[in-house]
Design a protein around this ligand. Structure first.
Ligand code: SF4
Length: 90
């Protein structure tokens, strides 16, 4: 039987460890987004260095800071100071 104490101190940390390892494995398989390897990035005018004042990937609602990815571009990492036309204020 799993007690509440066992759950909190053994099951939860184990689940977090598995999730963290999974994220690291996924990060290793990700490619850096560029307009050369993604037609969508090209269509959305993605750039690795924003020239739009106050708008960068790291302050966009679509950015996932934990692995530097964007919800719009599965399988890719983006530059935190990058930008594209789909930028959304957090
Ligand atoms: S949607 Fe946001 S996080 Fe994604 S590439 Fe565009 S600006 Fe960057």
């Amino acid at each position: 039987m799993t007690t509440r104490r066992t759950f909190l101190f053994q099951v939860v940390p184990a689940a977090v460890a598995v999730a963290t390892l999974g994220q690291r494995a996924n990060a290793a398989a990700l490619k850096e987004l560029s307009v050369d390897n993604s037609p969508a990035a090209k269509a959305l005018k993605y750039v690795t260095k924003s020239t739009t004042a106050g708008q960068t990937c790291d302050n966009c609602k679509q950015f996932v800071a934990s692995n530097k990815t964007c919800k719009l571009f599965a399988g890719y990492t983006v530059q935190p100071k990058g930008w594209c036309k789909s930028w959304v204020k957090i």
